[in-house]
Design a protein. Structure first.
Length: 415
C-alpha cells in the first residue's frame, strides 16, 4: 500500500483497524476488507495479504480497461481487482518463492513469470494500476492531495571486465595470446600485441568517453566495478593492479562507484563483505549499492546477505535476456521478506533493459524502437527508466558498434 500510495502517487496514508476511528475521519478514506461498512470507497480484499507463509496461488488474468490485472473482486468493489494484493504478488516476487526450475546459474526464468506468460512483462503494470486508481479516487475525492513525480533515466555500467588485454599480467597475457593463436583469432592477436605495445587503446577502455557522454547529457549513471579474485566466472583484472585501482579512483571522481559482486560471493557472506571493504578502501568512501553477477537473485537469501553486508541499495532486479519489468514496477521499492513478514531496509531499483537482451535484436533501429517503447511506458507513469550495459559489450565492435548505439540511446533519452 505504501508503494502504491506513497512511492508512486505521492499520497500520504494512515491505517486503522478501529471502526470508530475510521467513521470519525472526515477526509478521503477507503475500506480494504471483505464487506464495506457504509457507502465509503471500498476495495474487496483478496486473502493474500492476510495469510502467513507461502501458499500455492491460482492467478487468473482479467482486463481493466485494456490493462491486464488479477485477483478479481466482484461487483460491489470500487475496483474490479485487488490492486494491493496483485501489486504485492509482483513486487515481493511471490512467484519466485514458489517451486520452479532454475537455470544453470540458479536464476528464476522470465518464462516462468505470469508477466511473460500473459504478455505484460514490458508494461510497469503496478504503476499503471496506481495511476488508474488515482483517477478513480479523484472522481470520488476531488480535493485529494498528491505529489506528482517526474520521469527519470539512470544508466548502470557493469564493469565485470575492465580491460580486454591491458593490465592482465604476463601469465594471463601470454595464455590469452596462445589461446587466440590456437583458435585462429588473428584480429585479436594483432589487437592484443598493439595494446601491449601501447600503440592502441584497449577496446574496453571507454571510461573517459562514457563520463563525458553522461555529463554532456546530464545523465545519472552508476559504475559497478567487480573487485574480486580470479575464478571460473570472475575474470577481471587483478585487484593488486595499480593501474586498475587508479582507474577506479578516476571514475569515482566523476560518478558513483558501486560493487559488482563476484559470482563466488553469491553464497559467501564473508567474501561479499571483503569485496565491499576492499572497494571502499580504494575510493575512500562507503559503498552502499550492489549488483549481483549475472543478475542472480535468490529471494530472500540474496537480500538478507546484502543487508548483512550493510548494503542499502541493489540494482539486480531484472532479467538478463528479456526486456521488461521483473517486479512489475518502474519505481524503486523496499524489499519485503515474506517468510519473516517484514519490510527490510534495502531498496530495490528494478532495471528494464539489459544489453544482452538487446543483443538478440539484429537491427540497431529496432533496438532504439524497443527502448523508446519501454521509455514511453515509464514516462506515462512518471517512473524511473534504468538501463544496464556491461563495459565488456560496449567495447565489442565485432557484431555491431555498441558504444555508438549506446551513445544514440543516451542522446535520445537524456532528461
Amino acid at each position: 500500500m505504501r508503494h502504491v500510495f506513497v512511492n508512486i502517487l505521492g499520497v500520504e496514508v494512515d491505517f486503522t483497524t478501529k471502526v470508530e476511528d475510521f467513521i470519525k475521519h472526515s477526509g478521503p478514506k477507503i475500506t480494504y476488507t471483505k464487506q464495506p461498512l457504509q457507502n465509503e470507497f471500498f476495495i474487496r480484499s483478496n486473502e493474500l495479504l492476510f495469510e502467513q507463509s507461502i501458499n500455492d496461488i491460482e492467478v487468473s488474468i482479467a482486463d481493466w480497461e485494456g490493462i491486464p490485472c488479477f485477483f478479481s473482486t466482484g461487483e460491489r468493489s470500487n475496483l474490479p481487482f485487488d490492486i494491493f494484493a496483485a501489486s504485492f504478488f509482483l513486487i515481493a516476487r511471490y512467484e519466485e518463492y514458489l517451486p520452479h526450475v532454475k537455470d544453470i546459474h540458479g536464476r528464476f526464468s522470465p518464462k516462468d513469470s505470469i508477466a511473460y506468460q500473459n504478455g505484460f512483462l514490458q508494461k510497469p503494470v503496478v504503476d499503471i494500476w496506481a495511476y488508474k486508481f488515482l483517477n478513480v479516487l479523484k472522481e470520488r475525492f476531488p480535493d485529494l492531495v498528491f505529489k506528482a513525480k517526474s520521469f527519470d533515466f539512470i544508466s548502470v555500467l557493469d564493469v565485470a571486465t575492465s580491460h580486454c588485454y591491458a593490465n592482465r599480467g604476463v601469465v594471463r597475457g601470454v595464455a590469452g595470446l596462445l589461446m587466440d593463436l590456437g583458435t585462429f583469432k588473428l584480429k585479436r592477436v594483432v589487437d592484443r600485441i598493439l595494446v601491449g605495445l601501447n600503440r592502441q587503446k584497449d577496446p574496453y577502455d571507454n571510461y573517459e568517453e562514457l563520463i563525458s557522454l553522461h555529463r554532456k547529457n546530464n545523465i545519472k549513471c552508476n559504475f559497478f566495478f567487480q573487485f574480486a579474485d580470479y575464478s571460473k566466472y570472475d575474470k577481471n583484472v587483478s585487484t593488486n593492479s595499480i593501474k586498475f585501482k587508479s582507474l577506479i579512483k578516476y571514475v569515482a571522481d566523476y560518478a558513483p562507484v558501486s560493487l559488482a559482486a563476484s559470482y563466488s560471493s553469491f553464497s559467501d557472506l564473508d567474501l561479499l563483505k571483503k569485496e565491499k571493504r576492499n572497494l571502499e578502501g580504494i575510493i575512500n568512501r562507503p559503498v552502499t549499492s550492489s549488483k549481483m553477477r549475472y543478475n542472480r537473485v535468490d529471494v530472500p537469501e540474496t537480500y538478507r546477505n546484502l543487508m548483512a553486508a550493510e548494503f542499502t541499495d541493489d540494482y539486480t532486479m531484472g532479467y538478463t535476456y528479456e526486456l521488461g519489468f521483473r517486479a512489475g514496477t518502474c519505481t524503486s521499492f523496499q524489499f519485503y521478506d515474506i517468510p519473516l513478514e517484514v519490510k527490510q531496509p534495502i531498496k530495490v531499483h528494478p532495471f528494464a533493459v539489459h544489453d544482452y537482451a538487446l543483443s538478440k535484436i539484429k537491427k540497431d533501429e529496432v533496438v532504439l524502437q524497443q527502448i523508446k517503447m519501454l521509455a514511453n511506458e515509464v514516462k506515462h507513469v512518471n517512473g524511473t527508466m534504468i538501463v544496464m550495459f556491461s563495459n565488456e559489450l560496449l567495447g565489442n565492435k565485432e557484431t555491431r558498434n555498441w558504444l555508438s548505439l549506446y551513445t544514440d540511446i543516451i542522446n535520445e533519452h537524456h532528461v
